[in-house]
Write a protein that binds this ligand. Structure first.
Ligand SMILES: Cc1cc2nc3c(=O)[nH]c(=O)nc-3n(C[C@H](O)[C@H](O)[C@H](O)COP(=O)(O)OP(=O)(O)OC[C@H]3O[C@@H](n4cnc5c(N)ncnc54)[C@H](O)[C@@H]3O)c2cc1C
Length: 410
């Protein structure tokens, strides 16, 4: 009774889509989840609205995962964003596009509806969902995996580790899968928090908490080299920079990195030229009035001007060259030393994890142990905000579920 063709450990999107895919192929499947319910991360995704995927073709997705994106080629080609959308439509919960961001959400904007749908689908396929089940040990003998849990021992021919990463440990992702994978001989790339706020030395915006910019240019620099640059929204909090463009860039922060923000979307030379031309045309105009044309929040302008020690009522003609240059530099390339990024408790994903070298990207089977599969965030792969991480987990789940073989039973 406790024997299965497949046991999936971890009830996140990766594990759930593996289980569904294999069960649709006739596999006898069990899914083990240590929490009281499945899909805890789905429930908090997109602030409870669940941003499941993004616009774009699979090939436009690859670079959203950085240098490891090519590992996802087979997963995303085999199970594209279009197919994920079809899945939800066919199962009664169509996804809708939010045009401004390119993000797809369930039409009800409810993560709970997504989890309920997935649970219903699994039950309809006779997948045994075992929640509150804690794994104590896993071993493989004579081609059979035995999973020892606090509720008994379960055996299977195929085992999937879909235990996620280490971020948001309070929802169950405490890195357990790394320990199991390591015991099976896998190399673990040290896990680090990603999609997380960035802290800088001498942060000047403590008083501006809540102010956001819709589309600014954010870059990470190291050793005088630009590592990455992304456009998007930035949120000022009372201690750090946050918002999608910051979270996406946080994936590239290492020791000695600097954060650069361009708040006006213009190069230094262009803004400098505009200011000089305006000074020549209308020298009596105040600095405050000149800056108003760039739609910067008033309190932000006040702070920036106080940093460069310029009174907003000062006339353009009275602005010294030195102050003009400092002001423009601050607006177009505010470069700051990064002191740290937010920890695992606030990071939305984990960078690092099971090394991709030892996993077959065409099947997601371990190269270390036959019939062991690894899917989702447990692997050394993470993507930008916008639905890329859930899509990746689902696509990997489907690929693994389609790739594994079923042993003949007597
Ligand atoms: C606040 C927040 C918001 C997010 N929003 C989005 C979003 O809108 N869009 C998006 O694409 N991505 C989002 N993400 C990221 C996304 O949720 C994850 O990348 C994705 O869920 C990873 O899927 P997974 O199946 O690999 O692992 P997870 O979803 O992390 O699931 C792993 C499961 O394994 C279980 N588990 C762990 N160890 C064991 C064990 N020993 N035994 C049994 N079970 C175990 C865990 O309890 C967990 O349920 C968000 C993340 C966070 C934290």
């Amino acid at each position: 009774m406790n024997n299965f063709d497949l046991i999936v450990v971890g009830g996140g999107p990766g594990g759930i889509f593996t289980a569904i895919t294999a069960a649709e192929r006739g596999f006898k499947v069990a899914l083990l989840e240590k929490n009281k319910r499945i899909g805890n991360k789905i429930l908090i995704a997109g602030s409870g609205k669940c941003n499941l995927t993004h616009t774009g073709k699979p090939k436009e997705f690859f670079d959203k995962y950085g240098k490891n994106g090519k590992f996802l080629k087979d997963s995303l080609n085999r199970y594209s964003p279009e197919m994920l959308k079809n899945f939800f439509r066919e199962n009664g919960l169509p996804l809708v596009l939010v045009e401004e961001t390119g993000k797809y959400f369930p039409e009800t904007f409810s993560s709970l509806d997504v989890v309920e749908l997935l649970k219903k689908k699994m039950l309809s396929l006779n997948i045994e969902i075992m929640v509150s089940t804690k794994i104590e040990k896993i071993q493989k003998k004579l081609g059979i995996f035995s999973i020892f849990t606090d509720r008994g021992v379960y055996n299977c021919d195929n085992l999937v580790l879909a235990t996620g990463g280490k971020s948001y440990p309070e929802v169950g992702t405490t890195g357990d899968g790394y320990v199991i994978a390591k015991e099976f001989g896998h190399k673990i790339i040290p896990p680090k928090p990603a999609l997380t706020p960035i802290y800088v030395r001498d942060y000047i915006f403590q008083e501006l908490s809540g102010i956001s910019f819709q589309n600014v240019r954010v870059a990470i620099w190291r050793e005088n080299k630009k590592i990455i640059e992304k456009n998007g929204a930035v949120l000022l909090t009372h201690t750090n920079f946050s918002g999608p463009a910051i979270l996406d860039n946080s994936r590239f922060v290492e020791n000695g990195s600097q954060l650069e923000i361009n708040y006006v979307g213009k190069e230094y030379v262009d803004l400098n030229k505009e200011l000089i031309e305006e000074t020549n045309r209308n020298g009596k105009k105040t600095i405050k009035k000149f800056l108003a044309q760039y739609f910067l929040p008033e309190r932000f302008v006040k702070t920036i001007l106080s940093v460069v020690n310029v009174d907003g009522e000062l006339k353009l003609a009275e602005l010294s060259r030195e102050k003009r240059e400092s002001l423009i530099k601050l607006l177009t390339s505010n470069r700051m030393e990064i002191t740290k990024v937010g920890g695992f408790e606030v990071a939305m994903v984990t960078r690092g994890g099971v090394s991709l070298d030892e996993v077959n990207s065409k099947t997601l089977e371990s190269k270390k142990l036959e019939r062991l599969y690894l899917v989702g965030e447990i692997l050394d792969i993470d993507g930008d905000t916008g639905g890329y991480n859930i899509q990746a987990a689902c696509s990997m789940g489907v690929l693994a579920g389609k790739s594994m073989g079923r042993k003949e039973r007597e």
